[in-house]
Ligand binder design. Sequence first.
Ligand code: NAP
Length: 462
Amino acid sequence: MTGFALQQYLDFAYIAAVVLFILSLKLLSSPASARWGVLAGEIGAALAVVATLFHPEIVQYRWILIMLVIGAGVGIPLGLVHMTAVPQRTALSHAFGALSAAMIGVAEYYAGTAPVTRFAMGEIALEVIIGSLTFTGSLIAAGKLQELLPQRPIVYRGQNIVSLSVLGAALALAVALVVNPAHAVLFPVMVIVALIFGVLLVTPIGGADMPTVISLLNSYAGVSAALLGFVLNSKVLVVAGALDGSSGFVLSVIMCKAMNRSFTNVMFGAFGQVQATAAAGKEERVVRSATPEEAAAILSAANKVVVVPGYGMAVAQAQHKVRELYDVLTKKGVDVRFAIHPVAGRMPGHMNVLLAEADIPYDRLIEMDEINGDFPQTDVALVIGANDVTNPAARTDHASPIFGMPILDVDKAHTVMVIKRSMNPGFAGIDNPLYYLPQTLMLFGDAKQFAGGIVRELGGGH
Ligand code: NAP
């Protein structure tokens, strides 16, 4: 094969990979086609990697093979983690992606074939700064989500000024390097300052905001990869990085909207600090609880039931029991639908994925905006391990930290039943007035066991 023909094949493979990436994003936007979206993304990535391995510049494969084995050794166990650990696993993936982008930038600076031009120096510096801060920021995010680090925001006076000064120092070093790319001593200092900035950026953000931060870091990793594409003159990397960067950014915007928060509030608001007022002065209020038998009787007498799943369903892995409950109620002629809040659980699409795993028909999953108007005509809203996304204080209490967050209006249903283990709060750490309403019944217990108990009472299950 002549060099020219090989280059044409490679270009063709890269164009096909880019088309598959775009198709993947499109297919991922609906639960019905999401599996195909994942497949398209995987084939696109495999094509891009294999095509790159055919590059004539590669003189030997030994190190590539060793690194592939090491990468697979780390990646395969990471791919097998439990669904509830996916946010921190994703943060680790961004950390690795950003680290590799930063390291390639470092290699280009020190080992590039030609002396670095000013323009290339600007690209390398930006790429290395973004890659380095994304690396440490993502590690801190993963540590917080895995509870290896304190979840609460760690803040001190003048913090934002210190953080911005550190970022300013990294950028000043980058400018100095652009002015004189041969000033090699500045390069490692710039990398270290950027690494420190990543830590400072994420440490003051509370655990509750980590999924949004991870999505934003995903976007940074994409930008870093796109810049790397310019440095290496790789069009596929430019496009893939740009897709990653923009989709991560759009996702962060969607999450902020779903929580009625601004970007600056997420990044600098230190949301999730212990609130003295919220913790103090809780007067004794009455809650009513019910047994699985009572819950089963109420459900079988209902015409319309809306199930509201949340983080607790994921923790308990109750989705298969919920499917049995859906089956037995549907057989009895009850209309059962599922209300999906955009930030229920710990990552976007969390509930869709779990319910799809249990083969619940997609057309039974209804988005928040569409189902909210139906709650006044709903006989029973059955909340399974959800809390914050049903908290009516978001509509009524101006002092609440989640005031303004759109919620599922379950309190408007005729009867509300809530499966959870205790009166403990959810991720936002605040009390839920829903539990004290006269139409609410608390079903205390683990989501899987309690849902299983109701199914047995209804004569269903295997
Ligand atoms: P949540 O408010 O965190 O509440 C989950 C509830 O599940 C808890 O109150 C807990 O109560 C219960 N639970 C835990 N384990 C359980 C088990 N084994 N069985 C039964 N219940 C169990 O969850 P959510 O309503 O899904 O709200 C999601 C929260 O995450 C929101 O604050 C949202 O802003 C935040 N967030 C989500 C995303 C996202 O992308 N999804 C992104 C950013 C932030 P007990 O301890 O009493 O059982």
